[in-house]
Design a protein around this ligand. Structure first.
Ligand SMILES: NC(=O)NCCC(=O)O
Ligand SMILES: [Zn+2]
Ligand SMILES: [Zn+2]
Length: 472
């Protein structure tokens, strides 16, 4: 059905203006004033901002980890995402050594297909590079439209790949037109430090952070960036948590390397002291990389403001406190890593970033949507408000004040990492390809309505804007 959105303030990564939007067949077909279309439903966005749906480039839905499986799957996870103003997720498809990539991708399609309420794509984890993998990767790109590969530099004996694999992945990605994503922590040294801590009887959640110091994130980030320069390839560093890593990304970009960085809401507003909460509650805040000393938050905010970090992912990877995080009582290495963030990603950045003057409204759109669409081959279909783009839209009340709580969130977990936090701003209605998924704060979507997205190849030239000086 045709729709006209009236009376809202349109916000893109570059502009803010008053206009009406006409939506036909899932696309934006006109932007202007006094729009008319026979039979169109009129949607009043008075007092609200209208911006492109958020794109979450970093989710782990229905993912096995540490002997358990994330609580949110593609249904609850994407419903929660929609309530938070996200209309596309790109989830990590895990692979096992020796197994065809096709099989892993099929498994991920099965997880998502009848469940997702918003659109979705996959990144592919690379655990090894051998002749079989090299033969399959061109098909992965051409047939599946998976144009980003993920290499873990940590989680020894689980996900961790060695330097040779990372370097070969960078070389291959350059040839094929894919973006290489890294979890950058030095897994070997972390392994040594964690074993030592356990031997010394240090078993509480705080030792998760103390055995993964920022130096090891900085070192791995710098190593991956050097490899990228050497391979003349392209790199995206996920979940940057600290000054050491942000500095390495800035250094690499200064040299002209094609290196990008993502941070997450938890690193912007929570800190290491949360891991010391009594009654084992610190386990709720166990992420890898870990939460850092508070001063790092200013560094991360500044890096977002100045463009040295470009995106915000949620790293959604949710486990209940009861029964799942509790697996690590008496041994912090058994606490499943990760937390429930998908729903609050945009609100945290808006409330703590835009409202507090740390970033502009247009930067907010760029960081949560436009830049991500460009990096991951979805632009201009996704990530902007323009004629011809998908009508993935958020109607957002910028003035409403509320308190984040597990009592009211839509994720399937029994706690919220931002419990009790006062925030300003909330999505009122959210549309995916012109159809409401959330309307007046009620879920009206349908599991299985989300579409799989084949993405275009990585192209550095589509990344640059007037404000950027990266010279590749
Ligand atoms: N980040 C985290 O602690 N869990 C999810 C897996 C990962 O991204 O490393
Ligand atoms: Zn990671
Ligand atoms: Zn992750």
């Amino acid at each position: 059905m045709k729709k006209i959105i009236k009376n809202g303030t349109i916000v893109t990564a570059t502009d803010t203006f008053e206009a009406e939007l006409l939506i036909e067949d899932g696309k934006i077909t006109q932007i202007g004033s006094n729009l008319l279309a026979v039979g169109a439903e009129i949607i009043d966005a008075k007092g609200c901002l209208v911006f492109p749906g958020g794109i979450d480039p970093h989710t782990h839905l229905d993912m096995p980890f540490g002997g358990t499986v994330t609580k949110d799957d593609f249904e609850s996870g994407t419903i929660a995402a929609a309530f938070g103003g996200t209309t596309t997720v790109i989830d990590f498809c895990l692979t096992n050594k020796g197994e065809p990539l096709k099989k892993a991708i099929q498994t991920w399609h099965e997880k998502a297909k009848d469940k997702a309420v918003i659109d979705y794509g996959f990144h592919l984890m690379i655990s090894e590079i051998n002749d079989n993998v090299l033969k399959e990767l061109p098909q992965v790109i051409e047939e599946e439209g998976i144009t980003s590969f993920k290499v873990f530099m940590a989680y020894k004996n689980v996900f961790q790949a060695d330097d040779e694999t990372l370097f070969k992945t960078l070389v291959t990605a350059k040839e094929l037109g894919a973006l290489v994503m890294v979890h950058a922590e030095n897994g070997d040294v972390i392994d040594y430090l964690t074993k030592k801590a356990l031997e010394e009887g240090k078993t509480d959640p705080i030792y998760h952070a103390l055995t993964r110091p920022p130096e090891l994130e900085g070192e791995a980030t710098g190593r991956a960036a050097h490899f990228t320069g050497l391979a003349n390839s392209q790199l995206y560093v996920v979940h940057v948590s600290c000054a050491e890593a942000a500095e390495k990304i800035a250094e690499a970009r200064k040299k002209g390397y094609d290196v990008w960085g993502e941070t997450c809401p938890q690193y912007l507003v929570l800190d290491q002291s949360y891991l010391e909460k009594p009654n084992f509650e610190g386990a709720k805040y166990v992420w890898s990389p870990p939460l850092r000393e508070k001063w790092n938050q200013d560094v991360l905010w500044n890096a977002l403001k100045t463009g040295q970090l470009q995106t915000l992912g949620s790293d959604q990877c949710s486990f209940d406190f009861k029964g799942q995080k509790e697996l690590g009582r008496g041994d912090f290495t058994k606490i499943p890593n990760g937390g429930p963030i998908i729903e609050d990603r945009l609100t945290i950045l808006f409330s703590e970033g835009v409202k507090k003057g740390r970033i502009s409204l247009n930067q907010f759109v760029d960081i949560t949507s436009t830049r991500i669409a460009k990096l991951f081959g979805l632009f201009p279909k996704k990530g902007t408000i323009a004629v011809g783009a998908d009508a993935d839209l958020v109607i957002f009340d910028p003035n409403i004040e509320r308190v984040i709580s597990a009592e009211t969130h839509h994720m399937a977990v029994d706690y919220n990492a931002f419990e009790g936090m006062k925030v300003t701003g909330e999505p009122v209605s959210v549309l995916v390809r012109g159809e409401f998924v959330v309307r007046d704060k009620q879920f009206v979507g349908k599991p299985g309505s989300g579409q799989y997205l084949k993405r275009a190849k990585y192209n550095v030239n589509s990344q640059l804007t007037q404000n950027q000086t990266l010279s590749i």
